[in-house]
Design a protein around this ligand. Sequence first.
Ligand code: UDP
Length: 235
Amino acid sequence: MKNQLIYSGKAKDIYATDDENVIISVYKDQATMLNGARKETIDGKGMLNNQISSFIFEKLNVEGIKTHFIKQISDNEQLNKKVDIIPLEVVLRNVAAGSFSKRFGVGEGLALENPIVEFYYKKDELNDPFINDEHVQFLNIASEEEIAYLKEETRRINKLLKEWFAKIGLQLIDFKLEFGRDAQGNIILADEFSPDNCRLWDVDGNHMDKDVFRRDLGSLTAAYQVVLDKLKELA
Ligand code: UDP
């Protein structure tokens, strides 16, 4: 079933299967930041992210969001539809934090009246630069209609996620999504949704996401385990 390794990323390895339209994603125990400049093994992280992402994608599928998620097949593996990843990091922000706070000189924690969608060009050699809609078209990454769809779909996903996390006492500050094109050319949600690519603050303002690693705030897996346990309350 699990055939050759087709891609090895920072957080996941991707394997081919007997079905050319299906891949296996293996979540790794690796944490990186600054584009891989800092890299550490964190036992149990892969398993936690696979479980968190599987849980969320399952719920998004139920809500009618088109995603690559088929099913979780083991603690650290899931079956996904094969897509060509669109080289964009689509970031949505509900609250100012991280690079947004730095770029615009606003304090972390400022609630944004309207959620803001940003695009970054996924290209390691260039350090994933911040780009706008016209750059996306210039680079032939997506058409005007597709850009509108990516933004609309990201806002729709945000409404669902924000509500689910609020129910379990977590505030969804911001997150990053990746989309891909399937064999029929449809744009569907791909990659993962885990505390590696979002910010979640609990009611006391504790960071329950990768900022625990980025800012050396304690045990990353202890925080991710709390997120997983709380999500299970929604089941
Ligand atoms: N993010 C990500 N991958 C990246 C950059 C950002 O998943 O390569 C996520 C990050 O976890 C956060 C959101 O996107 O939830 C916004 O990140 P930001 O631009 O503030 O950058 P950071 O401060 O994390 O460098």
